[in-house]
Ligand binder design. Structure first.
Ligand code: FMN
Length: 183
């Protein structure tokens, strides 16, 4: 099982969430006695061959001005070459986002998650949301995927707290358990 977790992160919040997702994925693979190959990469470092060889793709982005960071969109657009030949069809996908939470809510976090899913669905992939039975659902779960608030009430960066990291680990495990069931 080859797992590729792709993200953009300027200030390490999204990276911290990606690392917790990877830990959850690793635990699910270890529990199932599956050989693990989990790669974490910033979007600008991803080559199309990385996506070709993955069985599971998990994409994450900070919300930037109401939508995904351009670095993720640039990678997504370059993936049109894979779409031409249907090279991602049948792979399993998961999505996550971090957001500051201006105005008490994450302006654009749902839009970001839905846009990440839309790309996977265009490729013919099978996508995972965040079921309410997972740990941390009430805190960082949206039915679309994992959504982690990183800002404080003044709109300033405040880090990723333990409950969010728990939700991230649960999501990583969930995506991998789904992929293993399909396998
Ligand atoms: C250029 C820029 C635009 C942002 N726009 C939004 C926004 O529209 N909505 C929101 O909730 N947070 C917004 N944020 C906050 C980030 O989404 C948040 O701080 C995120 O966790 C940063 O992730 P990182 O540390 O991995 O870069 C913005 C941050 C930056 C730098």
């Amino acid at each position: 099982m080859h797992v590729l977790i792709v993200f953009h992160s300027d200030y390490a919040h999204t990276q911290a969430v990606a690392e917790a997702i990877a830990a959850g994925a690793q635990a699910a693979l270890t529990d199932a006695d599956e050989a693990a190959d989990i790669a974490l990469k910033q979007a600008v470092d991803v080559h199309l061959d990385d996506m070709r060889s993955a069985d599971v793709l998990i994409f994450g982005s900070p919300v930037h001005m109401g939508s995904m960071a351009w670095q993720m969109k640039q990678l997504i657009d370059s993936g049109s070459k894979l779409w031409m030949a249907g090279e991602l069809e049948g792979k399993v996908g998961g999505v996550f986002a971090t957001y500051g939470g201006y105005g008490g809510a994450g302006g654009g976090v749902e839009q970001t998650l839905v846009a990440l899913h839309a790309n996977f669905l265009e490729h013919g992939m099978l996508v995972c949301g965040f079921p309410r039975s997972l740990s941390g659902y009430a805190y960082a779960g949206l039915h679309w995927g994992l959504a982690v608030r990183t800002g404080n009430e003044e709109g300033m960066p405040d880090g990723v707290d333990d409950t969010a990291l728990l939700a991230a680990r649960a999501y990583g495990a969930h995506v991998l358990e789904t992929a293993l069931r399909l396998k």
